[in-house]
Design a protein around this ligand. Sequence first.
Ligand code: AKG
Length: 288
Amino acid sequence: MTDNPPPMAIDLQGERWRQWILDNLQRNCSPAEMLKRMASGAWDREKAAQALDEGLTLLGIPRDWRKPLPAIKQSASVTNGDGQPVRVLSRFEKPHAVLLDQLLSAEECKALIDYAYSKGLRKSGVVDSGTGQSIEHHARTSTSVFFTRAETSLIDMLETRLANLTGWPVENGEGLQMLQYEPGQEYKAHYDWFNPENPGSALHLQRGGQRVGTTVVYLAIPEEGGGTRFPGSGIEVYPNAGGAIFFTDMDVSGEPDMTSLHAGTPVIKGTKIIVTYWQREGAFRVKE
Ligand SMILES: O=C(O)CCC(=O)C(=O)O
């Protein structure tokens, strides 16, 4: 049996597309702009990005066009930044997500929950698309509390771990938010990136740019229901307490990642407690 090399992405849509890619790259067209055009046609975004990289290699042009994003190393086991092992349970392409285990110990989960309870939880809000202010909404029925950056040494440690794990500056992280869902409570499908077309997004975008990564860390798991679901791909994950799901909100061309649509599905029995960590393109500035 002979091993056939895998087909090159640049050839996937036929000779005309191959030539279009090579011609435009040679004319110094922006690969990010080309990707938009390709994705509005026959191309899958991931394959288009790969094809552009292959085109650049064939032409001997440096492949430095991809927008940097937070990312977790391609390996079955990574460390949490303090040298502790974290198991990678699954890795998905659409969404660009990684399911992790053992990010926090049971004691750390409990200490975070106790601290959040000592501050008190309130009804969660969503960003109003017109004003940018937080408003109550039927799409999000949990209770929650915000922490500021490094509010306690444990919070500082978790933020540093998440920053190290994803290779993204800790200064680019928003303060953590802890959320609690009781039976029937949920967060319906939404994106975490701010829609630049909404007037209310300006307020948020000026404080560190777009959200590029989200990590949902599970602190307490319900007996039934309460997963994190990506409806576009039909994937729903149920991390263990201390585990997490990380995913990117932007793609390599700097466009919102449409595969990042996600939901906190209704809890059926028990209580779900999570912390959400959002990472920005640049250093996050706290509201004055
Ligand atoms: O509850 C979940 O699993 C997801 C939380 C979430 O979507 C968010 O906080 O943005």
